[in-house]
Design a protein around this ligand. Sequence first.
Ligand SMILES: C[S@@+](CC[C@H](N)C(=O)[O-])C[C@H]1O[C@@H](n2cnc3c(N)ncnc32)[C@H](O)[C@@H]1O
Length: 206
Amino acid sequence: MITLDPTQITYWFNALRDLPENERTRALDAFWAGQIDSKVWLVQELNKLQTTKPADVYIFGGWIGVLASIMLQSSTYHINKIRSIDIDPWCEPIADMMCKPHEMNGWRFKARTCDMSLYQYESTPNIVINTSTEHVTQELYDDWYNNIPDSTLVVAQGNDFFSCNEHIRCSDDLLEFKKQNHVTNPLFEGMLDTHMYRRFMCIWIK
Ligand SMILES: C[S@@+](CC[C@H](N)C(=O)[O-])C[C@H]1O[C@@H](n2cnc3c(N)ncnc32)[C@H](O)[C@@H]1O
C-alpha cells in the first residue's frame, strides 16, 4: 500500500511554487498520471521483494525527485539514504526541495548532477534504480550497468513511447526490454498500460 504524508506533499508544492512560470510547466510533466502510476508501481513491487535490511538507494535519471519522495514515504523497509542522480543541473534544487525534510536530515536524501555512466558511488549500493533507460544510448547504458557492483538489486523501467523525441532507446515489448537492459533471472517482470504507452519494469540481482 502507498501512503503519502500531507506534510511531505507540501514540499512538492513548494518546489513548484519556487519556479518561474515556464519552468513550472516543465516540472509538471513529472506529475502526469502515467508518471505517478509508474513510480507507485515500482515502489509497490519493490516493497514485496526488499528485505528489512537498511538500504542505500541510488536512483538514476531521477529527474525532480518524485520517485525518491514516494519511496521515502511508502517504503516498508528502512531506507538509509537516497541519492537521485540526473545529468540536468536544473533537476537538483527542485529534487532537493521535493524531499527537503530528508535533505535537511543529514542528507538522507540528496540530489546530484552527474551523467549516470560517470557516477562514483558514495557507498555500497543496495538498490540501484533506473527509470530513464529510454533516454540513454545502449553504450551509455552498458557503461552505467557495468559500474553497478555484482549482487546489487537492480530496478529498471523503460517504455514503448517511440514518438517522444527524447526517447532514443525504447523497447517494442518486455522481451526486447529485458535483452537491452541485461536482465537475468528477474525477480519481477511486468508491463503497465498507461493508455499513452506501455511501461516495462524488471527487478533482478545483477
Ligand atoms: C524525462 S525524465 C524521466 C523519464 C522517466 N520515464 C521517468 O519517469 O523517470 C528523464 C531524465 O533522464 C535524465 N537523463 C538523461 N540522460 C541522462 C544521463 N546520461 N545521466 C543521468 N540522467 C540522464 C534527464 O535529464 C531527465 O531528467
